[in-house]
Write a protein that binds this ligand. Structure first.
Ligand SMILES: NC(=O)c1ccc[n+]([C@@H]2O[C@H](COP(=O)([O-])OP(=O)(O)OC[C@H]3O[C@@H](n4cnc5c(N)ncnc54)[C@H](O)[C@@H]3O)[C@@H](O)[C@H]2O)c1
Length: 311
């Protein structure tokens, strides 16, 4: 059995990855998560090859007990404090995630982990300088604690590779949505409000644009990179390149849910709400060898899941 650790695996992306990997033959999957934003509802249910351990990755003793006991072959390090507002309001807690990165790297080195996959973020690009944002040519302009931690994290992975030969792949995730996402995030927040015919609130005029990647595209790409040994000791943007403004997203959600919600504009956020984001996702498209799901297809998939659960 190939032993895989997913930190933050009770979350949106990690939970989907865990549910995908447990269904494959030959994998033993362990999720370590402190449930700060994740939920046990996101975990695989009823699989003998799956274990959940409540654990704080930033606490060395906690994570050491897990990693020394299992001696994993591969680690997906996805645990992090997330969310624009939460990370701006808790800048010290965000910085403590550096401890978690060091814990994972040191314990991986000492327990024979073959490769670590690290969830970095589009936020490392900071305020946009060029579009689309390319892994190697776009300058990293990050200033906010969350983005700086991701940037520092990337530096740790490169340095551990250089000094100790630890293999890694850095995934720079761009906005990724799916049915397991908490309503702190824009797509699930809008869908939730629309289904309840409540106001949809937007910071500022809503002209800020985003690109949205449906979770299935993320999981297929990252699993293929893992299983086929691609982008070893390298970095890859994982995201959709099709831009849509936040206002257009709200209007689309209202249309697709046939909601009577109104759009209400709030004061713009003083920081952290970037004007644009757009990945150069040519590497990801090569990995998948197909088009990504459109935002309409992704929202409809979430709505189908919600309707089938409520029946
Ligand atoms: N979803 C996106 O759009 C997006 C974009 C860029 C980067 N990312 C990165 O991808 C990863 C997964 O994000 P997500 O969208 O699934 O968020 P999420 O909040 O759904 O998942 C994060 C998980 O980590 C757990 N966690 C946080 N701190 C922890 C700690 N110290 N110890 C143990 N568990 C801890 C949370 O409980 C949660 O289950 C994160 O590292 C995030 O920074 C996500």
């Amino acid at each position: 059995m190939t032993k895989i650790l997913i930190t933050g695996g009770a979350g949106n992306v990690g939970g989907a990855l865990a549910c995908h990997l447990v269904q494959k033959k030959g994998y033993q999957v362990v999720v370590a998560d402190n449930l700060i934003t994740g939920s046990v509802k996101n975990l695989p249910q009823g699989y003998d090859n799956f274990t959940f351990i409540k654990c704080d990755i930033n606490n060395y003793n906690d994570v050491a007990a897990v990693m020394l006991a299992f001696k994993f072959d591969y680690v997906f390090h996805y645990a992090a404090l997330v969310g624009v507002k939460r990370t701006l309001n808790n800048p010290i807690s965000v910085l403590q995630d550096i401890d978690g990165i060091k814990n994972i790297l040191n314990l991986s080195k000492n327990t024979g982990v073959k490769r670590i996959f690290y969830s970095s973020s589009s936020e490392v690009y900071g305020e946009p300088v060029e579009f689309p944002q390319n892994e190697h040519t776009t300058p990293l302009n990050s200033r906010l604690p969350y983005a700086i931690v991701k940037n520092v994290g990337e530096a740790f992975f490169r340095s551990f590779h250089k000094e100790y030969g630890i293999d890694f792949t850095i995934f720079r995730f761009f906005n990724t949505y799916g049915p397991k996402q908490s309503t702190d995030f824009v797509v699930s927040k809008f869908i939730n409000a629309a289904l309840n015919n409540q106001d949809i609130t937007i910071y500022g005029n809503g002209a800020q644009s985003r690109t949205f990647c449906y979770i299935d595209d993320n999981i297929e790409a990252t699993t293929r990179i893992f299983e086929d040994g691609l982008y070893l000791n390298d970095v890859i943007n994982i995201g959709n390149a099709k831009e849509i403004s936040v206002l257009q997203l709200a209007q689309k959600v209202i249309r697709l849910t046939e909601s009577s919600s109104s759009i209400v504009h709030l004061d713009p956020l003083s920081e952290g709400d970037m004007t644009r984001r757009q990945p150069d996702n040519s590497r990801m498209l090569q990995v998948l060898n197909r088009d990504l799901l459109t935002i309409d297809e992704g929202i409809n998939k979430i709505l189908e899941l919600k309707y089938s659960f409520s029946k």
